[in-house]
Write a protein that binds this ligand. Structure first.
Ligand SMILES: Cc1cc2nc3c(=O)[nH]c(=O)nc-3n(C[C@H](O)[C@H](O)[C@H](O)COP(=O)(O)OP(=O)(O)OC[C@H]3O[C@@H](n4cnc5c(N)ncnc54)[C@H](O)[C@@H]3O)c2cc1C
Length: 375
């Protein structure tokens, strides 16, 4: 492959010279940032570099839940995080979704406000009681203006045909999107706005002066007036803060006749999640079975987790139904002890927006908006 210094006059001047904003990473954050910057600076030259031939992190590999907090997750967070921070994160995600829908038409990404259910297994301790539901409803109403978002829904077990589930809590505002359509739509919008996206370039290191940044890449040096790092689970090399990669594995079944499951579902405090895609089931999770092995930037699936996903399908989600697995894959998230993203300036001309955890669908565009506000 030709390195940047071997390119033609036309190629260099079109793509790699006089760059105003160089964005590293073409996930939801990188793409959204480019769109907000283009609105603010229509004449700016904005280039996104992406090391994969597709976005290769989490944005094109996720489950597509528009999730902003299930009761068991909120319960856990309230036990381990400051209460104010828990509700700020809730609010950021809820309002972040509105930000996403300002950028892309919900219909064009098949947004379905299908609700979500948080399932409590029969063999686990149910820590959620009516007082807790009342408390989260009050807090959620203060932040959204909407009454009674959460409610217990025991009927869900029968409606969806689950086994080994004690009860379910419904979140009436959650839903799902088509992840592939979201990424294609953001890509198309960025291109239409005049953003240049170059695939196959990996940023290696950066030198910054007050005037510009120089990025060393696997294809040679690139200079820009400003830089935005949107590499999420791969960000450790750029920032000395609590951010770790977290691999997440997913599978999709074959089409299942008369599938009862319609909606998005959380199980075991969100460590497992599943939804229907038409008459197939998408199921992911199980990272808690081996946190150490899954703290990796390497893609791939493991037998241990795939087996756990399959046994959840057989024993709980679609008991007594035959199925096969048509797709399985993994993606890499960026996580830390603190669930809020890291959004800050790294030097005079470089901003970073990473650590979106399992919430990037709801948070990603808002992170992009915030990053653009620094310039
Ligand atoms: C399996 C799975 C399921 C999920 N389910 C959901 C869900 O249902 N709902 C939800 O809200 N969130 C979910 N998430 C989380 C969500 O997908 C992420 O929070 C979000 O996509 C993060 O977006 P991002 O743009 O910050 O990062 P990414 O999408 O990871 O984008 C970072 C990009 O940077 C590129 N890159 C990295 N390093 C370099 C480099 N040095 N040079 C050039 N390019 C580089 C990568 O290739 C990648 O394309 C899930 C994640 C996974 C993995």
């Amino acid at each position: 492959m030709l390195r940047i210094d071997e390119l033609s006059f036309w190629e260099k001047t079109s793509y790699f010279e006089n760059i105003d904003f160089l964005i590293i990473g073409s996930g939801i954050v990188g793409m959204s940032t480019s769109l907000y910057l283009k609105t603010k600076y229509p004449n700016a030259k904005i280039v996104i570099i992406e090391r994969g031939y597709l976005p290769t992190g989490a944005s094109s590999k996720n489950a597509g839940f528009t999730c902003f907090g299930s009761p068991t997750e909120l319960f856990d967070d309230l036990n381990s995080m400051d209460e104010k921070l828990v509700w700020k994160t809730f609010s950021d995600r809820y309002h972040g979704l509105k930000c996403l829908f300002d950028l892309v038409d919900p219909k064009s990404i098949e947004y379905d406000p299908c609700k979500s259910w948080d399932l409590i297994a029969s063999n686990s301790k149910n820590e959620i009681n009516p007082e807790f539901i009342e408390y989260i409803n009050e807090k959620a109403k203060d932040l959204t203006g909407i009454d009674q978002i959460y409610s217990e829904d025991k009927l869900a077990i029968k409606t969806f045909g689950f086994k080994n589930i004690e009860t379910a809590y419904c979140n009436s505002l959650e839903g799902g999107i088509n992840t592939g359509l979201l990424m294609k739509s953001l890509h198309q919008k960025a291109v239409d706005a005049g953003v240049q996206i170059v695939f196959g370039i990996e940023a290696l290191s950066m030198e910054a002066t007050d005037q510009e940044i120089t990025l060393d890449t696997n294809q040679g040096l690139v200079k820009s007036a400003h830089c935005i790092i949107a590499t999420n689970g791969f960000a450790k090399q750029w920032i000395n803060e609590d951010i770790q990669p977290a691999r997440a594995q997913v599978l999709v079944t074959n089409p299942i006749k008369d599938l009862k499951i319609k909606g998005t579902f959380h199980y075991e405090k969100g460590y497992y999640y599943f939804r229907n895609i038409g008459d197939r089931i998408l199921l992911g999770g199980g990272r808690n079975l081996d946190f150490e092995e899954e703290e990796t930037t390497k893609f791939g699936t493991t037998q241990k987790i795939q087996n756990a996903l399959e046994s959840l399908l057989t024993q709980t989600i679609i008991p007594n139904q035959d199925y096969s697995i048509d797709y399985s894959w993994s993606g890499v998230m960026g996580v830390g002890a603190n669930k809020s993203p890291i959004i800050k300036m790294l030097n005079k001309n470089t901003a970073i927006g990473v650590r979106l955890g399992g919430m990037g669908v709801a948070l990603g565009s808002q992170v992009g908006k915030k990053l653009s506000s620094y310039f």
